[in-house]
Design a protein around this ligand. Structure first.
Ligand code: CP
Ligand code: NVA
Length: 309
């Protein structure tokens, strides 16, 4: 179903395609743990364009490609002619002559869309200012592992900045039939168009998507509590000011007391302890949070295998 397609946003995937990715991710995880070869992309090459920093994304895509029998090329925009102003449309057409797929992490979402428009190989969004779909698909797999396979009806509360993670959670929860409530300061709400689209998507699955300002209200009875940095990549200059604005949005023991007793806490990492999350809450949920980090590998292998095969 996904063969030859781009993976730019969870909004573009059908409910069945989301399920297909999660099912294959689980299968590939089991195979890798059992030492069973799964060279689904033998002889294929993924180009990985990075215009922002990364630990998890780079290492998991590169390792994932190797485990699938292919190889990956790390392409920093410091080295690419793209970084010196070569147009995206030319870069896309050139890379399409060498590679079997492109993964890109960049700033404006329009850059990824332009790349995908001009490339005739699958393009995978590995984070833009707007969306981080690979991370949220990974989080759905991790929730299935910790909360049971049926995601429908589970309540996720997101607390903090309305950013690329919040936007992608709205799309992911809508496709999974979950109840999603974000609590953000009024001026830091997630993207309005994404929210409208997610509310529309939610009609298919019975999901519920809402954004409020009160973190206590959002977390009430939640099965999953998530947060993310208060200052995303590109917002470094605002970090100090944001620390003050977001102080009431910290995920700490007091806030967690309002969630369901068996609630799990997730964080895409990197985490800023003492800011969006306390050391205590992070370490108490380290098993989930590092499973989440590991699952980037398995989920992205599924995405690559399905799109690039
Ligand atoms: N969560 C995530 O995308 O991590 P990196 O920025 O390290 O890739
Ligand atoms: N919102 C964060 C996510 C990092 C994985 C950022 O964009 O920097």
């Amino acid at each position: 179903m996904l063969k030859g397609k781009d993976m730019l946003s969870i909004h573009d995937l059908s409910v069945d395609e989301v399920q297909e990715i999660l099912t294959l991710a689980k299968e590939l995880k089991a195979k890798q743990k059992a030492g069973v070869e799964h060279h689904l992309l033998k002889g294929k090459t993924l180009g990985m364009i990075f215009e922002k920093s990364s630990t998890r994304t780079r290492v998991s895509f590169e390792t994932g490609m190797y485990q699938l029998g292919g190889q990956a090329l790390f392409l920093s925009n410091r080295d690419l002619q793209l970084g010196r102003g070569e147009p995206i449309k030319d870069t896309a057409r050139v890379l399409s002559r060498y590679l079997d797929g492109i993964m890109i992490r960049t700033f404006g979402h329009d850059r990824v869309e332009e790349l995908a428009q001009w490339a005739d190989i699958p393009v995978i969004n590995a984070l833009t200012d707007l969306l981080h779909p690979c991370q949220v698909l990974t989080d759905l797999l991790t929730i299935q592992e910790h909360k049971g396979k049926n995601l429908k009806g589970l309540k996720m509360a997101y607390v903090g900045d309305g950013n690329n993670m919040t936007n992608s959670y709205m799309y992911g929860c809508a496709k999974a039939g979950m109840t999603f409530v974000a609590a953000t300061p009024e001026d830091y709400r997630p993207d309005e168009t994404v929210m409208k689209n997610a509310i529309e998507d939610a009609k298919q699955t019975g999901a519920s998507i809402s954004v409020i300002t009160d973190p206590q209200e959002a977390v009430k009875g939640a099965d999953i509590v998530v947060t993310d940095t208060w200052a995303s990549m590109g917002q470094e200059d605002e970090h100090e000011a944001r620390k003050k604005i977001f102080a009431p949005y910290q995920v700490n023991k007091e806030l967690m007391a309002l969630a369901d007793k068996r609630a799990i806490v997730m964080h895409c990492l990197p985490a800023y302890r003492g800011e969006e999350i306390t050391e205590e809450v992070l370490e108490a949920n380290a098993d989930v949070i590092f499973d989440e980090a590991e699952n980037r590998l398995h989920t992205q292998k599924a995405i690559m295998a399905l799109t690039m095969c």
